[in-house]
Design a protein around this ligand. Structure first.
Ligand code: PEP
Ligand code: MG
Length: 737
């Protein structure tokens, strides 16, 4: 029986073989280590004693340059090169020519493969290609983790090193588990070709099939809707016909690779270039090219790709460049513990769905798809935005402790469930929930919320692949009312446009979409859509109470027109003998500053109001809520916004009309403190914030708070924010924040 061969033995044999094949006197493998240095792991030709002793920094020598630049270097007189660094222990001074290629995997450098010759000679293009091919095989050995055993303690190869990455916290929670790649890397098992003409034919056939499939998609009206999707397909078509790209893959086959080996080689080079690119547009195009290469690989290897969405491992952490909310909903959500994305945004639909499902999520994690393998251990911290890949035992223990602590806190919140939300000085505060999907509904019972203060109806539209029919809408609204029982639910009519784009609706280019044709403006101009939604809502609420609000109202007259549509629908249903809601209460979202100067007229007409502070604050300060450069520039706890919010609360009180605040402000304990200080008694918040805000309110002496804060607002204050004063109050009063 054959002796088991150690990784070191294999590597030693490989360097001898490469040296012989390349007719080189030297062949060496350098592996990138956890500490960012390059270690000589095997050599034929240099002093063997230097193996595992020669270590160089990545900014040092020719080998360092190859690793850093992720590009081959070929020199006939290496010692004359400014980057040449002499290592006496290796005995390399007698070798003049040098060819080094990066060992790349998924665009990441894992090491460097070098051949050297005594004579001054120029390596041919074919030789460079051939060495790159061999480097691909080495990449798999390094990534497999087999070399770890031969590393000195604390100096494992970088390919398997623990990584601590930072991104943007999207959805609260901490998830520990194992990587499930949303679009897994396609494993190429056969790299070296037996029959070159046959491999060329396979590649050509795969490219033809790819082109044909793109053409079919472009012709399919249903798929290639106008707008962004079509643009992507057009770009794909352009790349699929790109002679440079196809030429590079054919050349790679001619160096001895299989068709899939060639696609992967060129893909790896593209990724390495992509990682060095700073221009976001070009990076995006590279991603498109990467996606096309994956399609070719899937075809050539006969793998359908995509994980089995139903049979996930326990504790799955989904890792993706980006994905649609519908794709996330396709997974067995009882097994998903986290989500890590290269893209993603705080207000994106996917984020909203992840939050609703209680899945910890972090976005903006650069190249995460390239850095992990399926099954890798991974931790997602959706509170701090940190991601730990292959965490060391001590880090994992710390997180297990964190999870335990969070669970305990959640238990404490759960214990408050049946207590009325009443401040220490006896003021009742109503806490409602923000919702928008079926998956939100169990939170009503879990939290013991007073009701649903904002049901964002557009979410159903945003996650669907086509306009939901009136019947589908009706079904959802009925389920919401059933789940709420006798607790009130405020449905908001469609708030689409702006950043809320429906993939199947014709996209309209607007210079300032947030200020554009959106929400009620669109509803009034295209009343068919609004009418059918209102009809579905009225039918769903038959025999019960319906509460309805219109988003982005800017003028009293818009409210009048919208209410008129409701009245007409009521008349229509009555005439056709349909059961009607017991009563319909109609209100507005206060989120456009112009309404601040029409409050008296407005409150005379409406039954209730809901303040959308996300939009109101962005419009007050003219600072885009979705633009990280300006979103946090002005503090919503500044006197300008607090005075505006207080004006609304005062007017509502004077008119005897209920007002709720349903923007994100209500979901943060310190901000919620400010809101109750200026007179708000009804807040609508995200389910995860319910416990923390309630716990804070239960400890609050509202009289003392108002006495401390109101004078600051009334006295023409110079302060740019009241945050420090609110914090000081909370600390002094021992409020849990
Ligand atoms: C708001 O603007 O505060 C709001 C609740 O609406 P949305 O976040 O859906 O725009
Ligand atoms: Mg809004």
């Amino acid at each position: 029986m054959a002796e088991p061969v150690s990784a070191q033995d294999r590597l030693d044999k490989i360097v001898v073989l490469i040296a012989a094949n390349m007719v080189a006197e030297v062949c060496s493998v350098y592996v990138l280590r956890v500490d960012g240095t390059l270690e000589l792991y095997a050599t034929e030709g240099l002093n063997r004693t230097a193996v595992h002793l020669t270590v160089m920094r990545i900014d040092e020598g020719l080998v360092g340059t190859v690793a850093r630049e992720a590009e081959p270097i070929s020199l006939s007189n290496a010692q004359a090169h400014p980057a040449f660094s002499y290592r006496p222990e290796t005995g390399e001074e007698i070798y003049h020519s040098f060819l080094g290629v990066p060992i790349l995997r998924a665009g990441n450098t894992l090491g460097v493969l070098v051949v050297q010759n005594r004579a001054h000679r120029s390596y041919t293009e074919e030789e460079i290609e051939a060495l790159q091919t061999t480097a691909m095989v080495l990449a798999e050995i390094i990534a497999s983790g087999e070399l770890t055993a031969m590393a000195l303690p604390g100096a494992e190869p970088a390919a398997r090193r623990p990584l601590h990455l930072s991104g943007l916290a999207l959805s609260e929670g901490i998830g520990l588990g194992h990587v499930v790649l949303h679009e897994p890397r396609i494993e190429v098992t056969k790299v070296i070709a037996d029959d070159l003409p046959a491999e060329l034919a396979r590649l050509d056939h795969a490219v033809d099939t790819l082109r044909a499939s793109i053409d079919i998609m472009l012709e399919d009206e249903g798929v290639a809707r106008v707008g962004e999707h079509r643009d992507i397909l057009e770009t794909y078509r352009m790349f699929a016909h790109d002679r440079g790209w196809i030429g590079r893959m054919r050349e790679a086959v001619l160096t001895g690779l299989t068709a899939e080996g060639a696609v992967e080689r060129v893909q790896s080079d593209t990724r390495a270039r992509m990682l060095r690119m700073t221009d976001p547009y070009l990076r995006e195009r590279m991603h498109d090219l990467d996606d096309l290469a994956n399609r070719l690989l899937r075809q050539l290897t006969g793998r359908a790709g995509g994980p089995d969405t139903l049979r996930l491992p326990e504790n799955a952490i989904i890792v993706a460049r980006n994905m649609s909310p519908a794709a996330l909903l396709d997974y067995d959500r009882t097994r998903i513990r986290g989500l890590v994305l290269e893209e993603g945004a705080a207000t994106s639909h996917l984020t909203i769905v992840a939050r609703a499902l209680g899945i910890a999520a972090v976005g903006h994690v650069e190249n995460i798809v390239g850095l992990v393998d399926s099954g890798d251990a991974i931790i997602v911290d959706g509170v701090s935005g940190e991601v730990q890949v292959r965490p060391p035992a001590d880090v994992e223990t710390a997180y297990v402790e964190k999870v335990r602590f969070r669970a305990k806190r959640l238990e404490q919140y759960a214990a408050l469930r049946d207590l009325p939300t009443r401040t220490r000085d006896g003021v009742e505060i109503e806490l409602h929930l923000n919702a928008g999907l079926l998956v939100d509904l169990p939170h009503i019972d879990e939290t013991g919320a007073t009701g649903i203060g904002l049901f964002r109806t557009e979410l159903q539209f945003m996650i669907a692949s086509a306009f939901p029919r009136t019947n589908e809408q009706l079904k959802l609204y009925r389920s919401v009312l059933d789940a709420a029982g006798d607790r009130p639910v405020v449905f908001r009519t469609l708030d689409i446009g702006g950043d809320k784009v429906l993939p199947y609706m014709r996209a309209i280019e607007e210079e300032n979409p947030a200020l554009g044709w959106r929400a009620i403006r669109l509803g009034l101009d295209r009343p068919g859509l609004l009418r059918s939604q209102i009809r579905a809502l009225l039918k769903a609420a038959a025999g019960r109470e319906l509460r309805l609000i219109f988003p982005m109202v800017s003028a009293v007259e818009e409210f009048d027109r919208a209410r008129h549509i409701v009245e007409r629908e009521l008349t229509h249903l009555r005439r056709h003998g349909h059961a009607l809601p017991e009563r319909a209460l109609i209100g507005v979202m206060l989120e456009v500053p112009a309404l601040l100067f029409q409050l008296d007229q407005l409150f005379e007409r409406i039954d209730f109001a809901s303040v959308g502070s996300n939009d109101l604050v962005q419009f007050l300060y003219a600072a885009d809520r979705g633009n990280p450069r300006v979103a946090d520039r002005f503090d919503p706890l500044g006197p300008a916004s607090l005075r505006a919010l207080k004006l609304i609360a005062d007017k509502a009180m004077a008119h005897g009309k209920p007002v709720t605040l349903c923007g994100e402000l209500a979901s943060k304990p310190l901000e919620a403190l400010a809101l109750v200080a200026i007179g708000y008694r009804k807040l609508s918040l995200s389910p995860a914030s319910y416990g923390p805000v309630k716990a804070m309110l239960l400890e609050l002496d509202l009289g003392a708070l108002a006495a401390a804060i109101t004078p600051l607002l009334e006295s023409g204050t110079e302060l740019s924010t009241l945050r420090p004063q609110l914090k000081a109050f909370a600390e002094m009063a021992g409020l849990p924040l």
